[in-house]
Design a protein around this ligand. Structure first.
Ligand code: AMP
Ligand code: GLY
Length: 424
């Protein structure tokens, strides 16, 4: 079959790499893709949210499955667009419709959903612009640290955690009254602070059955020792040593099952990934957030750990028979180390020539922000390249990734040399 992947990051290269190994694949297209996806499929220069152009491509290339990488096209309704079109409605889309995408698209929706369906999560209150005064007073009644979340999508920047009540009140005012995150902060969720260590759990569902994919831990801060600004993710590790059978069983019973049942109860037919951001709070899972897609860079360690043919799994999602499927995993550890542009997550430059690809060995290089330019591969984003490696131990895998991270060269390159530090 011919397959189309929407998106252009490391996650989409990891999907492409895995799908390219499927015996079911004829032709793979990626829109818009990057220099890495161009090595395993055909890039088409169409934005992931240009639905009419996507339709034209799907019909022209006889595409019979679409995998949506990022949340943005899902929240904008790409799956609904397919279902509403007579020529497209039979083509399975991996990714929820608009209704399901609200789990990520609205923090308030996801909090209400969790509370209603008994899924463990931090207590919260939400406020609109008209309720600013109430919000400011509410902050005085709760204990620090204060967790403020813009309700809508804010490019991963909408969560602010502050220790001081005055700072929290100023932030709330900026978000609500001064539209700090535009329309996304026209409503703000204020949440109880959760202590513990974070973990990402990934579920693929057809709305009834589900398979749990390998879990991963992501390193979000730019600086070593988890310091400095938040990024999209600087590295990831799978499996996660503290996520043993016992803890994962609690996650399945207390979070995964009620989530799938809750979606059904709400009448939401959900076909796609659910990414559950969890806190391990003294051995008990608490949900921080849902995302309606895979994580990035988590996908760059999750895909390498899946032995099963993912196109068979995706086909089963489309046909509603995922409950018949078992997933086979690679027991080795997989880690990834993200190379980023100097200055990221603040301002950074693009277009830096990259070299050293041929001198690496023993790692999989997943391109994130790269593009072909003449005969060169140049940087084209803040997160540039994910260096993924297997190992019998986490240390072995990390050693391979760090050694190859050193061999790739581009001006301003930075990476964290301490990925996994808290799991040793
Ligand atoms: P989110 O965009 O919801 O993933 O939040 C971004 C990051 O903020 C999370 O990955 C956590 O590290 C942190 N965070 C969010 N909510 C909480 C919370 N209630 N308690 C502690 N940390 C949180
Ligand atoms: N790595 C976190 C995310 O994809 O949201």
């Amino acid at each position: 079959m011919n397959v189309l992947i929407l998106g252009s990051g490391g996650r989409e290269h990891a999907f492409s790499w895995k799908i390219a190994q499927s015996k079911k694949l004829s032709k793979l297209f990626i829109a818009p893709g990057n220099a890495g996806t161009a090595q395993v499929g055909t890039n088409v220069n169409i934005a992931a949210d240009n639905f009419p152009a996507i339709k034209e491509l799907v019909l022209k290339e006889n595409i019979s499955l679409v995998v949506v990488g990022p949340e943005d096209p899902l929240v904008k309704g790409v799956h609904d667009f397919f279902l509403a079109d007579d020529q497209l409605k039979k083509i399975p889309v991996i990714g929820p419709k608009k209704d399901g995408a609200q789990l990520e698209g609205s923090k308030e929706f996801s909090k209400k959903f969790m509370i209603k369906h008994g899924i463990p999560t931090a207590a919260y209150a939400s406020f609109t612009k008209d309720q600013l005064e109430d919000g400011l007073k509410y902050l005085e009644t709760i204990k620090p640290p204060y967790v403020l979340k813009a309700d809508g999508l804010a490019a991963g920047k909408g969560v602010v955690i502050l220790d001081n009540v005055k700072d929290a009140q100023k932030e709330l005012t900026d978000m609500l009254a001064h539209a700090k995150f535009g329309n996304a902060s026209s409503k703000v969720v204020i949440e109880e602070f959760l202590k513990g260590i974070e973990l990402s759990v990934f579920v693929l569902t057809d709305g009834n059955g589900y398979v749990i994919l390998p879990e991963a831990k992501d390193y979000k801060r730019i600086g070593e020792g988890d310091t400095g600004l938040n990024t999209g993710g600087m590295g990831a590790i799978s499996p996660v040593p503290f996520a043993k059978g016992d803890f994962l069983k609690k996650v399945e019973d207390r979070v995964v099952k009620p989530t799938i049942a809750g979606l059904k109860q709400e009448g939401i037919v959900y076909k796609g990934f659910i990414f559950i951001g969890l806190m391990n709070d003294g051995g008990d899972p608490q949900v921080i957030e849902y995302n309606v897609r895979m994580g990035d860079p988590e996908t760059e360690v999750v895909m390498p750990r899946i032995k099963s043919d993912v196109l068979e799994l995706f086909e089963a999602v489309g046909q509603g028979r995922l409950s018949e499927m078992k997933i086979e995993l690679d027991n080795r550890t997989c880690v990834t180390v993200m190379l980023v542009a100097g200055g990221y997550p603040g301002d950074y430059e693009k277009g830096k020539v990259m070299t050293g690809f041929d001198s690496t060995s023993g790692s999989i290089l997943f391109h994130a922000g790269t593009k072909n330019s003449g005969n060169d591969i140049v940087t084209n984003g803040g997160r540039v390249l994910a260096v993924s490696s297997y190992g019998d131990t986490m240390e072995q895998a990390l050693q391979a990734s760090f050694s190859n991270a050193e061999k790739i060269k581009f001006e301003g390159k930075y990476y964290r040399r301490d990925i996994g530090f808290d799991l040793k």
